[in-house]
Design a binder for this molecule. Structure first.
Ligand code: ADP
Length: 402
């Protein structure tokens, strides 16, 4: 039996490697996938492919590096995907800088350009690139496509990519890049099926996961994003602080003797819902907690979503709809209701029954703006881009032969 050509989609982080598999030929849903998580602590592997589930733990695994797990994953795929042949890999790469406004087939030159961007995303970019290198070193290398979290935001007007710093700083790379672009691109593509007016108009998409941000979509293109130079800016998140007066940083450096590593830990790992509540970074734990600090953290999260939605509405000159997506946005009726209540002055009114049922339409008949719940799917977006670039590459080869 001929093997099915399959695309491997990889999302590699500092402590986990997520993968999923998609048919190369069409836009059918994922064939399955899995995750290696707890790298460097308690590594474990879980996968579900073709109706079968697999798992493995490495009790002795402390100290194994990412390379070890890439090798494991690739061998595992070869062994367990007897009916599939992996013909390409699509990678989530956090930073494409200003140069990469679209996904790209990776070659040595691209890899070098992406390496130059490591200082802009030191927590993620090295892991993304290590995966690409590891796959490139296999005995039978396959085409690899890099899909960027920043690319979708290159449509943000040039003036809005600047900070109020001397212009030379922007030339040195200190500008707003925006993130979660693959999620926003997926939602922009799906929105016309739900709300034609909003998709041709002005929509705020609220990607509310562990990392959280908002995107202003005008006619399907990014007009603004609450994340800017880094993934710290904007909303209060699970463990990240969101918008902060930069004077705080100067104070911590000068008066409290924090160095860069301590600042990074404070702002990325110890702040946000976790730091405010002292209970957890997980919204479910906070909603279930009796602690007043947990309740306050939830209120602050909703305040930040509503206030920054209004900022984006100002950037767009109005608001036709809000789309909720990612873990909290898709699953928490309570948070959606609390945000909509804060946006009543902009015409938002939620339908409690529809909201409790999870949507997709959660606006009441009287609401002056659309309110939607649309599940995001960054992996399928990467698969789509990878297919398109593969098709482009084979068309170019065919033209070269003709
Ligand atoms: P990541 O950014 O890691 O991809 P997700 O999009 O999976 O994150 O979102 C994780 C967040 O979603 C966590 O804060 C989790 O508590 C929250 N979440 C998941 N399910 C629910 C739920 N039913 N109610 C409230 N929050 C939820």
């Amino acid at each position: 039996m001929p093997k099915t050509d399959t695309i491997l989609v990889v999302n590699a982080g500092s402590s986990s490697i997520k993968f999923s598999l998609y048919p190369a030929a069409d836009t059918a849903p994922s064939l399955g996938g899995g995750i290696i998580e707890g790298i460097a602590v308690h590594p474990s592997f879980k996968a579900g492919v073709g109706g079968e589930t697999f798992s493995k733990n490495w009790p002795e695994g402390r100290g194994f590096d990412h390379e070890h797990f890439y090798a494991f994953l690739l061998d595992w795929l070869e062994e367990h995907l007897a009916d599939n042949r992996i013909v390409a890999a699509g990678h989530r790469v956090v930073h494409g800088g200003t140069a990469f406004a679209a996904p790209v087939l990776v070659d040595d030159e691209v890899l070098e350009a992406l390496q130059q961007l490591v200082p802009l995303a030191p927590l993620h970019q090295p892991h993304n690139l290590a995966t690409i290198r590891a796959l490139g070193q296999r005995a039978t290398p396959i085409p690899q496509v890099a899909c960027f979290d920043t690319a979708f935001h290159r449509s943000i007007p040039a003036r809005d990519q600047l900070y109020g710093l001397p212009l030379a700083c922007a030339e040195a790379g200190l500008r707003r890049y925006g993130f979660h672009g693959l999620s926003y691109e997926f939602i922009a593509g799906a929105l016309p099926q739900y709300d034609r007016t909003a998709s041709a108009g002005r929509t705020v998409v609220a990607h509310l996961g562990n990392g959280a941000s908002l995107c202003a979509l005008v006619n399907g293109q990014s007009r603004a994003c609450t994340m800017g130079f880094s993934t710290l800016d904007g909303l209060i998140m699970g463990t990240r602080c969101g918008s902060l007066d930069p004077g705080v940083l100067i104070y911590l450096l000068r008066e409290k003797g924090l160095d860069a590593a301590a600042l990074e830990k404070l702002l990325y790992k110890q702040s946000g819902l976790l730091g405010l509540s002292g209970v957890s970074a997980d919204m479910r734990d906070l909603l279930a907690s009796d602690s007043p600090e947990a309740a306050q953290a939830v209120e602050m999260f909703c305040d930040s979503v509503a206030r920054q939605t209004a900022q984006l509405a100002a950037a767009m000159g109005g608001l036709d709809a809000v789309v909720f997506t990612a873990g909290i946005g898709e699953r928490s009726a309570e948070i959606r209701a609390a945000v909509a209540e804060r946006l009543a002055w902009l015409g938002a009114e939620i339908d409690p029954a529809a909201n409790a049922g999870g949507g997709p339409r959660v606006a009441s008949a009287r609401s002056r703006i659309g309110l939607w719940v649309i599940p995001t799917d960054e992996e399928s977006m990467i698969a789509r881009h990878t297919r398109a670039l593969l098709a482009g590459a084979s068309a170019t080869r065919a033209a070269g032969r003709a």
